[in-house]
Design a binder for this molecule. Structure first.
Ligand code: C2E
Ligand code: MG
Ligand code: MG
Ligand code: MG
Length: 281
């Protein structure tokens, strides 16, 4: 009996895995066409300084205008792109598109502050990223101080001495670097102090349950203190409620991003927002 049960379970998982693999291949195939067909768009989510109540920047977040699924968030495809070399090409497109957009905003007399671009591990490992950044900055006319690179903690910690050397080169260009999803990727504190970074982003998983969880409050407070002690900016992401906002602000962190302020919005809405800042937030 136990044996046949075990076998059924095995068959069940096997089928599920097959379906997953099929979907995976499907997505990978259509991702290949998506770049050529210009199906990606960038949305921008405001980052607020609570002390001044002003927008100090945006995070650029990719969306896929999928031919049959419609506007699709990265949860559906970015991990698949990141497993293949496709992420390098997509990431390069993101860098160019964001730089083009920021320059256009400044040319219109708008001031979006700093725009953060998410950079995947494979992009960092690809030899050409520094040169690509330099070339893209030059071609777009985007200033390095207008952008920031967001890198998730686990990639930086994978090979710290290599990361330190690489990140230094971006800092030398004048580009800021923020650690994304901080607190989820077992950072070594010994390395953290050596990393040429400018900001920690408190992962939204700690922000979500602040009101119910004393442990999460302790973690959030500790990250804020740690960042301050290291001379870094600290930003809390995924802020959805007034209670979360108030706890974070009273813990000494004034930079926030989350649905409470705004969801990620299309570029055109950014223009409206920047023109009418005061009464839209
Ligand atoms: P992330 O970089 O940690 O971005 C934050 C995610 O949280 C975004 O999801 C954002 O829309 C969402 N978010 C913001 N505020 C709130 C909130 O108050 N509540 C909740 N529940 N969620 C909030 P999104 O846009 O779906 O992106 C998911 C992830 O995909 C990003 O996480 C990032 O890791 C990746 N990603 C997005 N754009 C790019 C890109 O251009 N390149 C690469 N490599 N990865 C990207
Ligand atoms: Mg990010
Ligand atoms: Mg994040
Ligand atoms: Mg994340």
């Amino acid at each position: 009996k136990a044996k046949s049960k075990g076998r059924n379970r095995y068959v069940f998982f096997d089928q599920e895995m097959n379906e997953e693999t099929n979907e995976h291949l499907e997505v990978e195939k259509s991702l290949n066409k998506a770049l050529a067909n210009d199906e990606f768009v960038i949305f921008y989510q405001p980052q607020i300084n609570l002390q001044t109540d002003k927008i100090v920047g945006f995070e650029a977040l990719i969306r896929w205008n999928h031919p049959t699924r419609g506007l699709t968030a990265p949860g559906y495809f970015i991990h698949i792109a990141e497993e293949s070399e496709l992420i390098v090409e997509i990431g390069n497109w993101v860098i160019k598109e964001v730089m083009r957009q920021i320059k256009a905003w400044y040319d219109m007399g708008l001031d979006p502050g700093k725009t953060a671009i998410n950079i995947a591990g494979k992009q960092l490992e690809s030899a050409g990223l520094v040169a690509f950044m330099i070339q893209s900055l030059r071609e777009s006319g985007c200033k390095p101080e207008w952008i920031e690179m967001e890198i998730v903690e686990r990639f930086i910690m994978k090979d710290t001495s290599k990361s330190i050397a690489l990140l230094k080169r971006f800092r030398e260009l004048g580009v800021d670097i923020s650690i994304d999803d901080f607190g989820t990727g077992h950072s070594s504190l010994a390395y953290l102090k050596q990393l040429p970074i400018t900001k920690l982003k408190i992962d939204q998983s700690f922000v979500q349950n602040l009101e119910e969880s004393g442990a999460d409050r302790a973690i959030a407070r500790t990250i804020i203190e740690l960042g301050r002690g290291l001379g870094l900016k600290v930003l809390a992401e995924g802020v959805e409620t007034k209670g979360q906002k108030e706890f974070i602000y009273s813990s000494g962190c004034e930079l926030m991003q989350g649905y409470l302020f705004s969801k990620p919005i299309p570029a055109h809405d950014v223009e409206l927002l920047l023109k009418n800042q005061a009464h839209m937030l």
